[in-house]
Design a protein around this ligand. Structure first.
Ligand SMILES: O=C(O)CCC(=O)C(=O)O
Ligand SMILES: [Fe+2]
Length: 406
């Protein structure tokens, strides 16, 4: 199937029919329901003293399964195979590769969003973006305009679903004043220009991350919606379950894991080039990390790396005081689509390397910071001392490199 990439890039989202083909829908539903049962048992066992018996299943507005993460990843069995292989079909994996302009994009976090047991009403409009540990909005936008997105995200409902609203085109611009005014007063109301997606079971909506979107109503109506994305940048905590998959499925995850290892190596090479004051070597490593991207793409990656350097720094110097708590908390996890390979990645470097890297990145970090705490609604970051929207003005990759080679 050919998907309309031009429309996707312009509007920031696209509805794709039959992502789960009709003849597979029953088996995919049954497989996910099996995983819901497993996850519910885990939640019941993990509940806190004040929680109801079902734990998160009963308290969450959007109970969510994470298939690729512990603890559920350790429980995947033969009955989970259709749930995983739903990610591998032509209209999921194949369409994602087309939309990313990639030959073989990889499934990232595989999740399932479920309905809550009682009414929770609307969530808040947001962009799936937390600039505090990633990059300002325009870092993403400039890179997307230059070379397309690095990551795309799907909702693939297994039952008809109209929960998600989107604002077409908002992935390429900052919030309007009107949006800020409305979200500032109450982010749980419809926004002007919002479009409600109307998805039939098995259809999918795929969207580009900075898009403003809204989980408009978390009601007890049956909801089982596959959620997650595709990217060249993935990190798999455990691939033990892949032995259960079809040969083609096993092969896909093996290719994606090999590429993940390559990307981690190129990331390490990029940082080592900076330590060695090798400007051309740094650019060469970035080009291996994301071949075909230009100046904007390199700049975005450099900002991502400034956060990875903080991950390394915190690992080597847990006592550092100059990292805001919100940033520090975020850095504790991994986020491969923005080159955060997790705290273990720091083990590739010495404490001396960490200090040198921080010396090289400190100026860029200061340019990403604001003078005083600020807040813009519609992000996954609270008030912070980093820019939400704007990249450093009049600052190029050459300036970054000159900053540590001279
Ligand atoms: O429920 C949905 O469809 C949207 C979910 C969402 O936007 C989120 O959890 O970030
Ligand atoms: Fe979201």
């Amino acid at each position: 199937m050919k998907v309309d990439r031009d429309r996707f890039l312009a509007e920031g989202y696209l509805v794709v029919p039959n992502v789960v083909p009709p003849d597979q829908l029953d088996s995919v539903r049954a497989s996910y329901e099996h995983l819901v049962d497993k996850q519910r048992a885990l939640w019941a066992a993990q509940r806190k003293p004040d929680d109801p018996p079902g734990g998160a299943w009963e308290t969450s507005a959007q109970p969510r399964l994470g298939l690729s993460r512990p603890p559920l990843v350790h429980e995947l069995d033969a009955q989970a195979v259709p749930a995983i292989e739903a990610w591998l079909g032509e209209n999921a994996h194949g369409a994602s590769s087309q939309l990313l302009g990639a030959t073989d994009s990889a499934a990232t976090d595989m999740m399932l969003m479920c309905n809550p047991v009682r009414n929770h009403g609307p969530a808040a409009w947001h962009r799936d973006l937390h600039p505090i540990d990633t990059a300002p909005l325009y870092g993403y936008i400039d890179d997307i305009v230059e070379n397309g997105p690095r990551y795309i995200q799907w909702n693939i409902p297994l039952y008809d679903d109209n929960v998600l609203w989107v604002i077409p085109g908002s992935h390429l611009r900052r919030n309007t004043e009107e949006e800020n005014r409305i979200m500032g007063a109450n982010p749980r109301l419809p926004l002007p220009g919002g479009v409600q997606t109307q998805l039939k079971a098995g259809d999918g909506v795929v969207y580009i991350l900075p898009l403003l979107h809204w989980g408009s109503n978390y009601s007890p109506t049956m909801r089982r919606t596959i959620h997650g994305g595709f990217s060249d940048f993935v990190l798999y905590p455990d691939l033990g379950y892949t032995r259960l998959l079809s040969p083609a499925g096993q092969d896909a995850f093996a290719r994606w894991e090999a590429r993940s290892q390559d990307k981690q190596r190129h990331t390490e090479t990029a940082l080592r080039a900076i330590i060695a004051k090798g400007g051309p070597a740094y650019i060469a490593a970035l080009d291996k990390l994301h071949s075909g991207r230009g100046e904007k793409g390199r700049m975005l990656s450099t900002v991502f790396l400034s956060k990875l350097v903080q991950v390394i720094r915190v690992k080597k110097h847990p006592e550092v005081q100059d990292i805001p708590v919100d940033l520090r908390n975020r850095l504790g996890g991994s986020h491969p689509i923005t080159l955060n390979w997790g705290p273990e990645f720091a083990d590739r470097f010495t404490t001396g390397d960490a200090d040198t890297l921080w010396a090289r990145f400190k100026h860029l970090d200061s340019l990403l910071r604001t003078e005083k705490e600020m807040f813009i609604p519609g992000y996954q970051s609270g008030p912070m001392i980093y820019h939400f929207d704007d990249m450093p003005a009049n600052y190029s990759l050459a300036d970054f490199i000159t900053g540590w080679t001279t």
